[in-house]
Design a protein around this ligand. Structure first.
Ligand code: SAM
Length: 285
């Protein structure tokens, strides 16, 4: 008698549930060959939509430490991790009401519970023009309507993402604090906001606080300390002489990419070709 075969059900790979300016989804094939095949803990201090986390999660032997300075974004990740059922129900509420007028109301809405704040964020992320999250200096969301229907997040996918986040540390933190933690054997992927090409080009305003040249200099110093502590790290950035000057002694892999979210609004379009640098900080140990 032949034993009955158990059917192998292959689930689709998990991908970011948010569209995020500077998201690395399309560049993963260029970056992943440089990521170690396995490591202890994983650290992502500039989490955004977390494209790299989803791609490397099976290589993590220990804990994933996921951080970002955008507190509204981090609240979304925390709700997905802790309470996907309540979040799913809240997303349905948005689904039923979706329209251009409703979008305009939601731009200025100030929900009070953490679940409502997270579902509003996902709603705006999917329906705003180009999926941009941009706030003015008072922290108010100000992106025009994107003329797209709200899809929400498929229920199974939401629960699967929640499962892979079990045990992860997810906190709203500046990179200066989160980079104290990595130890020898860990891997860190860094994807900070890129500095603007010129003084007149626009910043991506992920948070009220802009990421400027002194921030990148602080980050370079912390990367140097990571290397000294035996931590393997990789950073994505724009390939410019200024960036290269900050990372002497590191391997730098250059490639060119086309940017899809290249503008802050309909009138303001940056160059589509972007020279990318992958800065590889191998530990000395
Ligand atoms: C280029 S995006 C990261 C995109 C992400 N890798 C992805 O695939 O979606 C940069 C992120 O850095 C965050 N950020 C900006 N300044 C920061 C700081 N000082 N500390 C930590 N995160 C910061 C922004 O909120 C933004 O989410």
């Amino acid at each position: 008698m032949t034993a009955a075969l158990t059917p192998v059900i292959s689930l689709p790979p998990l991908r970011p549930f948010l569209k995020w300016a500077g998201g690395k989804g399309r560049l993963l094939t260029r970056i992943l060959p440089h990521v170690p095949a396995s490591f202890e803990n994983y650290h992502e201090p500039f989490l955004g939509g977390g494209a790299m986390f989803f791609a490397v999660r099976e290589r993590i032997g220990g804990t994933a430490h996921l951080h970002d300075l955008n507190d509204v974004l981090i609240n979304v990740w925390q709700r997905v991790q802790e309470d996907p059922a309540t979040l799913y129900a809240a997303l349905e509420w948005y689904h039923e009401r979706d329209s251009k007028d409703f979008y305009c109301e939601q731009r200025t809405a100030e929900p009070t519970t953490v679940v409502q704040q997270a579902s509003r964020f996902i709603y705006l992320n999917q329906t705003a023009w180009n999926g941009l999250w941009r706030v003015n200096k008072f922290g108010q969301f100000n992106v025009p309507w994107g003329d797209r229907a709200f899809r929400g997040i498929d229920e199974d996918t939401l629960f699967r993402i929640s499962d892979v986040l079990i045990g992860a540390t997810i906190t709203n933190m500046d990179f200066r604090d989160s980079l104290e933690k990595p130890r020898a054997g860990d891997f860190v992927y860094l994807d900070p906001p890129y500095l603007p090409i010129s003084d007149t080009s626009k910043f991506y305003l992920y948070t009220e606080k802009r990421f400027r040249a002194p921030d990148l200099a602080d980050l370079a110093e912390l990367c140097h300390q990571l290397t000294e502590r035996g931590v393997h790290w990789i950073m994505s950035n724009r390939d410019t002489p200024e960036v290269r000057d900050l990372f002497p002694g590191c391997d730098i892999v250059r490639f060119t990419t086309r940017r899809s979210v290249a503008a802050q609004n309909r009138r303001d379009v940056e160059s589509l070709d972007s020279p990318e640098a992958l800065i590889i900080g191998k530990s000395a140990t």
